[in-house]
Design a protein around this ligand. Structure first.
Ligand SMILES: *[C@@H]1O[C@H](CO)[C@@H](O)[C@H](O)[C@H]1NC(C)=O
Ligand SMILES: *[C@@H]1O[C@H](CO)[C@@H](O)[C@H](O)[C@H]1NC(C)=O
Ligand SMILES: *[C@@H]1O[C@H](CO)[C@@H](O)[C@H](O)[C@H]1NC(C)=O
Ligand SMILES: *[C@@H]1O[C@H](CO)[C@@H](O)[C@H](O)[C@H]1NC(C)=O
Ligand SMILES: *[C@@H]1O[C@H](CO)[C@@H](O)[C@H](O)[C@H]1NC(C)=O
Ligand SMILES: *[C@@H]1O[C@H](CO)[C@@H](O)[C@H](O)[C@H]1NC(C)=O
Ligand SMILES: *[C@@H]1O[C@H](CO)[C@@H](O)[C@H](O)[C@H]1NC(C)=O
Ligand SMILES: *[C@@H]1O[C@H](CO)[C@@H](O)[C@H](O)[C@H]1NC(C)=O
Ligand SMILES: *[C@@H]1O[C@H](CO)[C@@H](O)[C@H](O)[C@H]1NC(C)=O
Length: 894
């Protein structure tokens, strides 16, 4: 039983690779499919039996070698398994880079068939990475059987990097990569991605994939003795799939199983490798027998002895999918289908999918840094093994880089060492885009030209080594007087400060000035021409100014604006929208998704990506001068628990802010039951949301310089994305909408009644502790689902209400009754205590936000521990028919 997990599953999936599917192939839509045959010598081809169009991997990777599997194996496998790409001598990480649509849900599958391609008959083991994160360790178990790794994942970047890592146990190789887009609203998890653990067409004696399955899921098969097989002829036409978002193929649903002993339950169980593993289960049901009037088939489903679904009666030729709404874990997981008292027929099940949650914890490196280092790599033709994510995982840090790894945020490049790397040409502007750089070593190369002033704009730079190059000109004064430790020795043409005769220097400068524009444009040529010309003009203006100042011997006056301006030029291009753009984006303000004191929020689309467009109410911001400056500042704030501002419109009174779209609306709607009458957030969900929101607030206070006071933390300003990840919205609005001169918006700016720090009335000042107060109120809402101010005569505040119940020790009365006692009391107590200390009238008694984050995480850990323990504990109370799957699931002969 213990082995049942991965081993037998991969065995089953492996077997599917051998299938030669029916020849009758109707052309079906393959849009949203990317099918890559790794190592094939052909540019592209259509695989006959599936009709799938495969393309060569040559455009996605430039390392590795093409190899063919042993030829006698070929006729058991589809063509895309015939070749592999292997990585015998390359660096330890080799990556495929595939452009995709960010934010779209994909089924991603990679396959491996060793087939003794290298004649060594040695089964390798290696690691697989997805972007910056470990995905799986691939252990090839049998040379003649193919294996797959498959996940359902929503990428957060515009490309996907799939990397193979040599871990010293043999040469990595790969046979194929397949990506299929899925609907966003199926296979939804609260967090993490779904790794295929088992997908089973029950009762079938063969496997299926595309083009039976529109999503090209692999359906494996295999039967055991305790099951009786039912089958019927069901076609896509006869099947009623109106209720079926999962689009399970009719042929998969046309077989089912039922217990051999009609009065016994049908049991499906497995033992996870670790108790911490979380699973999502999808069961698909179709009644395939026409029942007589006096017959009923009705059953309950239990999960580890607790009711999971009751009174299920699959419809004749209809499709019902019963699925997990949150992750399931335990020492053992037992689903039992038991007929109800009135049922005359035993339970059936047609297909089951089991997925394991994997959380890709390691954030990808900050996109700006990745773009910059990629440019540097190509400008200087760096030949090092620079592939995959630059900073992560930390074990595969690019040689010559060092990074910082802030908690809850993207890694940043802090050090670049290209010493003795044969660099030539000028010092490239892209280096200045590594804005967190502390340490830059370009020594012992053949770099020429002047030392660019943009290096002095690197705010964090501490060490700059430019020794042993052919640099010329003088050192930008700003570099000389800052805190940078500068080394410029052995640059024969460089005029080091103090050594230069100022008169001579001035003449030199005069001469050079005339030549400046041309060489600069020429050196950067080929990138974005317009931008470069503009940058060059700015640069010459700067040069003039700095020269003048040098004469005046007052270099301290030089303001560090160069990179700043260049940056904003770039951002402008992407982020300013005209009013007519806004009309287009929102389809003439077609769909309203929200309303607030500051204006209305509309749904829009930019290149098919949904966005939320907030039209600011004209009276609020009329004649306001700082709007643009403040918006530009806000656009630089990035954190996973803050809604991103992606652009804005600033045409007279038409002022709009464009945010990322949050599919699951705001927290308040979920707490009040407005979103869904039937399902309510679990205690664990609520704690995750609280931790997310607190983390967002922590970033505003500690991660932003200067810190941002939100001023309007409330449950309607906490938005949830499709994975129920919470993000704070509307931060910084207080700066965009001015407080003075405002009329009806002033309450928005100063906060919302019920959430507003009482201290504010005394001091008229909002501080970071005011945000802590408001957060405390939100936390009370999360715990209780009560209105902040009671909707009755007394208008009691939520904190007074909780306080009175706490005094009685009545935790049950405090907690939202919708939770139905399903929570760890200690976890709830802890959360209540955190909330109550946040709403202390005295600001000094309120904790700082980082303490709140830590405490909430502890509360979450308690709750998680409880759910694990209880599901393991019910083990003995369940009467079960144990099926030893690992030994009895024997696939049929090929
Ligand atoms: C597959 O490629 C063939 C040949 O280019 C083309 O005719 C066919 O339309 C493609 N099929 C699909 C479904 O894209
Ligand atoms: C293969 O690729 C080439 C070049 O990209 C293209 O012209 C051709 O139509 C493709 N053929 C098939 C069968 O897809
Ligand atoms: C590999 O699989 C084949 C086909 O199922 C089987 O005959 C062979 O014994 C297996 N080899 C090993 C080493 O398990
Ligand atoms: C069938 O299952 C019922 C209920 O589990 C049990 O009481 C009965 O003994 C079983 N019959 C046989 C023949 O195993
Ligand atoms: C249902 O009715 C049929 C005749 O219509 C009869 O043969 C059968 O025994 C009945 N079954 C049950 C469970 O009552
Ligand atoms: C099935 O569930 C219903 C509703 O919860 C319950 O009344 C009934 O006793 C259950 N039947 C069995 C056999 O567990
Ligand atoms: C079983 O059937 C009887 C008669 O039709 C009905 O009164 C009773 O409510 C049913 N029980 C259940 C649990 O559905
Ligand atoms: C990278 O940074 C870490 C932490 O600052 C430091 O301990 C380490 O020595 C650095 N590594 C290199 C290669 O500079
Ligand atoms: C850069 O790397 C060289 C060796 O490649 C080393 O000697 C030098 O100290 C490094 N520079 C820094 C700043 O770490």
């Amino acid at each position: 039983m213990r082995n049942m997990g991965m081993s037998s599953m991969s065995f089953l999936i492996a077997f599917l690779g051998c299938l030669v599917l029916a020849a009758l192939i109707q052309a079906q839509d393959q849009s949203g499919f990317i099918s890559i045959d790794c190592g094939t010598p052909e540019m592209n081809y259509t695989e006959q039996s599936t009709g799938l169009n495969y393309t060569s991997d040559a455009n996605f990777i430039n390392t590795g070698v093409r190899k063919s599997i042993a030829s006698q194996l070929r006729n058991g496998y589809l063509k895309h398994m015939w070749y592999v790409r292997s990585f015998p001598e390359e660096g330890k990480r080799n990556c495929y880079k595939i452009e995709i649509t960010r934010g779209t849900k994909y089924l991603i599958r990679v396959e491996f068939l060793y087939g003794n391609y290298d004649g060594q008959n040695m089964l390798p083991q290696f690691d697989l990475l997805l972007g910056a994160s470990q995905w799986a360790t691939v252990t090839i178990k049998n040379a003649t059987i193919d294996q797959a790794e498959e996940i359902i994942h929503v990428p957060s970047l515009d490309y996907l990097q799939i990397c193979l890592v040599d871990t010293g146990h043999g040469t990595p190789f790969i046979s194929s990569i397949e990506l299929r887009t899925l609907r966003d609203d199926i296979y939804v998890t609260r967090f993490g991605s779904l790794q295929n653990y088992f997908r089973w067409d029950l009762g079938s004696s063969r496997g299926y994939r595309y083009n039976y399955d529109v999503y090209d899921r692999y359906w494996s098969y295999g039967n055991i003795n305790e099951w009786k097989i039912l089958s019927a002829s069901i076609t896509a036409d006869s099947l009623d799939q109106s209720q079926d978002d999962f689009k399970v193929p009719a042929i998969v649903l046309s077989t089912a199983i039922t217990p051999l002993n009609a009065s016994a339950p049908l049991v499906i169980l497995w033992e996870p490798e670790h108790q911490t593993e979380q699973f999502y289960v999808y069961m698909h049901f179709t009644e395939i027998e026409e029942l007589a009037k006096n017959q009923t088939r009705e059953f309950n489903i239990t999960l580890n002895g607790k009711s999971w679904f009751t009174n299920l009666s699959p419809q004749y030729q209809g499709v019902t999918t019963i699925r997990s709404k949150s992750g399931t874990s335990g020492k053992i997981i037992i689903f039992s289908l038991e007929m109800t008292e009135n049922s005359t027929l035993p339970p059936i099940i047609n297909a089951i999918e089991i997925y394991k949650v994997i959380e890709f914890q390691q954030a990808d490196t900050y996109q700006g840094d990745v773009d910059a280092i990629t440019t540097i790599k190509s400008v200087y033709e760096v030949t090092r093994d620079w592939q995959g994510d630059p900073c992560a995982p930390i074990d595969y840090l690019w040689q010559g880089l060092n990074c910082s790894y802030p908690e809850n945020d993207s890694p940043r490049i802090t050090s670049l060492n290209l010493s003795s790397s044969g660099l030539s040409g000028k010092i490239d502007l892209s280096i200045s885009k590594l804005t967190m750089l502390e340490n830059l070593d370009l020594s012992n190369n053949s770099l020429n030209g002047e030392i660019p002033e943009f290096l002095s704009q690197l705010q964090h730079l501490k060490i700059l080594n430019l020794e042993k190059n052919n640099l010329s000109g003088s050192i930008p004064p700003a570099l000389n007087e800052g805190s940078v430790s500068l080394s410029v020795g052995q640059n024969p043409y460089l005029c080091e400060s103090g050594q230069c005769n100022e008169k001579e220097n001035e003449k030199e400068q005069e001469k050079k000035k005339k030549n400046i524009v041309t060489p600069l444009v020429a050196s950067v040529g080929g990138v974005v021409i317009l931008l470069v010309v503009m940058a060059a003009i700015l640069w010459t203006i700067k040069r003039r100014r700095s020269k003048d100042l040098m004469v005046e011997k007052d270099p301290s006056q030089i303001s560090p604006q160069y990179t700043e301006q260049d940056d904003s030029l770039l951002e402008f291009k992407k982020q300013i929208y005209s009013y007519s753009d806004v009309l287009k984006i929102t389809n003439n303000f077609n769909t309203i998704v929200g309303k607030g004191g500051f204006g209305t929020v509309y749904l829009g689309y930019i290149d098919d990506t949904p966005v939320a467009v907030k039209m600011l109410s004209p009276s609020a911001i009329q004649g306001y001068q700082q709007f643009q400056a403040e918006v530009k500042l806000l656009m630089r704030v990035h954190h996973k628990n803050l809604t991103s501002l992606v652009g804005y419109c600033n045409e007279g009174t038409n002022k709009a802010l464009i945010y990322e779209y949050m599919a699951n609306g705001n927290l308040q709607e979920h707490l009040s039951g407005k979103r869904s009458k039937t399902k309510s957030l679990s205690w664990e969900d609520r704690l995750r949301i609280a931790v997310d929101a607190a983390s967002g607030l922590e970033y505003l206070q500690n991660g932003c310089k200067p810190p941002i006071i939100h001023r309007d933390v409330k449950s309607t300003n906490i938005l949830l994305n499709e994975h129920f990840q919470a993000k704070l919205s509307d931060f910084g609005l207080s700066k965009i909408i001015p407080t003075d001169g405002g009329t009806h918006v002033s309450t928005v700016v100063a906060g919302t009644p019920g959430y507003l720090d009482p201290e504010y009335y005394k001091t008229n000042r909002l501080t970071d502790k005011s945000d802590v107060y408001s957060f405390g109120v939100v936390l009370l809402e999360i715990i209780t689902s009560q209105p902040v101010i009671a909707r009755n005569q007394e208008k009691i505040h939520i904190s007074q209400w909780v306080n009175s119940l706490m005094a009685k020790g009545d935790i049950k009365a405090i907690v939202d009754s919708k939770l139905d006692g399903d929570f760890d009391s200690n976890s709830v107590w802890k959360a209540v205590e955190i909330a109550m200390v946040c709403v202390s009238p005295n600001p000094d008694r309120r904790p700082i936000i980082s303490v709140i984050v830590t405490e909430l995480k502890e509360s979450l850990a308690m709750e998680i521990a409880r759910t694990k323990y209880s599901s393991a504990d019910t083990r003995d109370s369940v009467k079960l028919v144990t099926m030893n799957l690992s030994t009895q699931v024997v696939p049929q002969a090929r």
